[in-house]
Each structure stands twice: as structure tokens, then as C-alpha cells.
Design a protein around this ligand. Structure first.
Ligand SMILES: NC(=O)c1ccc[n+]([C@@H]2O[C@H](COP(=O)([O-])OP(=O)(O)OC[C@H]3O[C@@H](n4cnc5c(N)ncnc54)[C@H](OP(=O)(O)O)[C@@H]3O)[C@@H](O)[C@H]2O)c1
Length: 306
């Protein structure tokens, strides 16, 4: 039997919000992990790299040679690369479809046994939203290149240093009147990032080597307004929530995308227009033996750190 430490998993995007947790959960399961990103020095800062079973390599998923090098000899691969704002040649199509397909195709060529592709809840190749459509097309392209690829669709994720709950908390603290996306009716099911990372590690290690799509959502479905009230309540804040039409948010996001770190993007606004909840018939945390943690449970810890 092969020891997991003799099995290397390459994590593209292993320095990101989700990817760095995937790296840690894979290491806890005794895998060797190769962290692949464009800025390998970030991995040094994050992980120290005094662990002989952790390696950081420079790789750009648009560059075939660097993808091939990062995959050489690997048992598994996780693609946790993101793109939230299109810039120049970095488009939703190039990252989430073309390069995702390339990673899967090269994994197949390199005889990598397990591929986990991170997508998102609601991914749909027929969607009106460019971002959601490209996530859907990406899943199809990955499966066309690697038929048994696992697809992980997280709901919106929260955790220390996230761009979601931390931002909401920051603005709830600063603004006595809080502007909501639309009427606040969109449903969401936030997942704790560590639970999603554990799900990916378990799915990769699991015996089931055929194509499965896991949808990973938290234990509770909220309307956006309920969610804001729950967060404000946990933080001990009383706030007035006012609805702002989506058309106004689109204009604001369009302007904000001109900034180097946009506080709100058009794809975020589009994502807030459709429910972000798991389909009850899809496998998820339960099938992987994980009881997902709630926002209320984790928020008290996060309140200390942000
Ligand atoms: N965050 C959420 O709430 C959420 C919800 C649902 C789904 N997801 C999905 O989960 C995945 C991870 O998201 P995240 O929020 O963790 O992203 P993130 O924090 O932005 O991290 C992205 C990672 O990808 C790397 N990367 C970006 N472009 C790359 C390229 N061309 N080649 C190689 N590496 C590249 C980045 O490192 P370098 O910049 O150094 O290369 C970084 O390590 C994405 O597929 C995202 O759509 C996220």
C-alpha cells in the first residue's frame, strides 16, 4: 500500500483564501503538497516551508510548461484558482474554462489519478451571467478532459481574512444605515472555509474515484436580510437596513472595478441576484461525513480577530 506521504497533491491557487486551507488539510492527512501559484514567495510567508513534505513552485495556469512541471509525478491535483475581475487577457473564459481544461487535460496526460476542480454553487453553462456561465462551461470542459474529475461547488465562504463576512462586518460597524443588495430577499447558505477545505481533502482521499459534484453549503439558509440581521445581532449592533435596487449596484460596481482593489464587483452583484443555496439532491458535506459549522458559531471567534 502506498503511504499518503508518497502521494503528492498539487494545489493550484494554494496560497489563496480556500487553497491555503486545502494545503493544510491535505498535510493533516499526510499528503505531500506542492503549492503552485504565480507568487511562490507568498507560500513561504504563509507556511514557512520548513516541512519537507511542503513545496512551493511558481506556476501560471495559462502557461502549459509550468502546469506540466507542477503536475510531474503528482497523485492528485486541486484547482483552486480564482478570478473575480476580468483584466486584459485574464478573462473568466481564459481562467475558468480554457486554463481549467488545460490543467485537467495535462493531469490526464501525466497520469494523475485524482482531479478536484473548485467551481461554485449555481454554475450553469446556460446562465445569463457571464461569470456563472463560464463557471458552468468550465465544469463541462474539465470533465471532457478528465472524465472522473471531482467538482466542488462551494457556497459563498466565510472565515478569517475572507472578503465576504469581514467586509459586511466592517460596514455594519461603520454605517448606522446599511445598504442591502436589492430587497434583501436573495437566499444564501454560507459555508465555513475550513469545512470546504476538509471536504476537498476527504473527497480526494476517498475511495470513490468517479465523477461526483459536491455542493458545499452551511447548515442554515438565510435571506440576505436575515443574514445581515444575524451578523449585526451577533456583533451587538442595531442597524437600519435599506433596500438599494440592483441597477444602482451595477453602476457602483462598474465604477469600483476601476480601482486596484474594488470593494464591489459586477460579478458579485450578479451573484447576489440569484439564490446561492445547495440543491437538496446533490451530494455535499453530509456524504463526506462533515457537519458544517454555522456563521453564528464561528462569528464570535472572528469578532476577536477583525
Ligand atoms: N471565496 C468564496 O467565497 C468562493 C465561493 C465559491 C467558490 N469559490 C471558488 O473557490 C476558488 C478559490 O477562491 P478563493 O476565494 O480562495 O480565491 P483567492 O483567495 O483569490 O485565491 C486565488 C489563488 O489563485 C492563484 N492564482 C490566480 N491566478 C493564477 C494563475 N493564473 N495561475 C496560477 N495561480 C493563480 C492566486 O495566487 P497568485 O496570485 O500568487 O497566482 C491564489 O493562490 C475559486 O475557484 C473561486 O471561484 C470561492
Amino acid at each position: 500500500m502506498v503511504a499518503t506521504s508518497d502521494r503528492t497533491v498539487t494545489v493550484f491557487g494554494g496560497t489563496g483564501f480556500l487553497g491555503r486551507r486545502v494545503v493544510r488539510h491535505l498535510r493533516e492527512r499526510e499528503f505531500s503538497v506542492r503549492i503552485a501559484s504565480r507568487h511562490p514567495d507568498r507560500a513561504h510567508r504563509l507556511f514557512g516551508l520548513d516541512d519537507p513534505l511542503l513545496q512551493s513552485v511558481e506556476a501560471n495556469i495559462h502557461d502549459e510548461r509550468s502546469v506540466a512541471d507542477a503536475l510531474a509525478g503528482a497523485y492528485g491535483v486541486v484547482n483552486a484558482v480564482s478570478l473575480y475581475v476580468e483584466r486584459g487577457r485574464e478573462t473568466f473564459h481564459s481562467v475558468h474554462v480554457e486554463s481549467a481544461q488545460q490543467v485537467a487535460a495535462q493531469a490526464h496526460r501525466a497520469a494523475v489519478e485524482r482531479v478536484a476542480h473548485v467551481s461554485g454553487i449555481g454554475a450553469d453553462a446556460a446562465s445569463q451571467s457571464l461569470y456563472v456561465r463560464k463557471r458552468g462551461e468550465g465544469e463541462l470542459a474539465v470533465r471532457a478532459a478528465f472524465a472522473d474529475a471531482l467538482v466542488i461547488r462551494p457556497a459563498v465562504m466565510f472565515g478569517p481574512d475572507d472578503a465576504f463576512l469581514t467586509t459586511i462586518l466592517k460596514f455594519l460597524r461603520q454605517l448606522p444605515i446599511y445598504p442591502m443588495f436589492g430587497g434583501g430577499l436573495t437566499r444564501l447558505q454560507p459555508a465555513y472555509v475550513e469545512d470546504v477545505a476538509e471536504a476537498i481533502a476527504r473527497a480526494l482521499q476517498g475511495a470513490e474515484a468517479h465523477a461526483i459534484t459536491y455542493e458545499c453549503g452551511g447548515p442554515r439558509v438565510y435571506s440576505y436580510e436575515e443574514f445581515l440581521r444575524a451578523v449585526a445581532n451577533e456583533a451587538g449592533l442595531k442597524r437600519i437596513l435599506i433596500p438599494i435596487p440592483f441597477a444602482a449596484w451595477h453602476t457602483l460596481a462598474w465604477i469600483s472595478e476601476m480601482l486596484p482593489s474594488p470593494p464591489v464587483t459586477r460579478n458579485q452583484v450578479e451573484l447576489m441576484q440569484v439564490d446561492n443555496v445547495c440543491s437538496p439532491e446533490m451530494p455535499g458535506f453530509g456524504q463526506l461525513g462533515i457537519s458544517p459549522r454555522s456563521v453564528e458559531e464561528m462569528l464570535q471567534q472572528m469578532l476577536w480577530s477583525c
